[in-house]
Design a protein around this ligand. Structure first.
Ligand code: ZN
Length: 135
């Protein structure tokens, strides 16, 4: 499988607007996009750092994945996303190596990327995302 870089790090926050201020005013980054992903019941904010982005995630529904995550574990790092080539092939390959998939097939994520998640129970505790930019 071809993994080129960390596409983004997803961070669960309770309040997107407040946390954006921290990344901008304290860390000196610039938020370049805010986008709602209805499918995942989140509002996202993006910062670019070299090839890698920070993706802040605020839940729009307490029953959504980020709402549940924050309730259980509090704010913090939620997932790491790797940029890959041929995401379908990657999913097949890792499944063949015994890794449990959350998504059998890629779906549409923020920024129009194809994304799919691997289950943290098979990835040593890290919710792992594959991303492919087919645009
Ligand atoms: Zn992500």
């Amino acid at each position: 499988m071809k993994t080129s870089h960390i596409e983004h790090i997803g961070i669960a926050v309770k309040n997107l607007d407040e946390s954006i201020l921290y990344y901008e005013n304290v860390l000196g980054l610039k938020c370049y996009a805010v986008e709602e992903v209805k499918d995942q019941k989140v509002k996202t904010a993006f910062f670019q750092l070299g090839q890698t982005k920070i993706e802040l995630l605020e839940s729009t529904d307490p029953e959504g994945p980020i709402g549940k995550f924050i309730e259980k574990r509090g704010e913090g790092i939620h997932h790491i996303a790797f940029a890959v080539e041929d995401i379908e092939g990657c999913l097949q390959e890792v499944e063949g190596k015994g890794i449990r998939l959350i998504d059998q097939k890629p779906r549409r994520g923020a920024e129009g990327l194809d994304i799919a998640f691997l289950h943290p129970k098979s990835t040593y505790g890290v919710l792992t995302e594959f991303c492919e930019d087919k645009n």
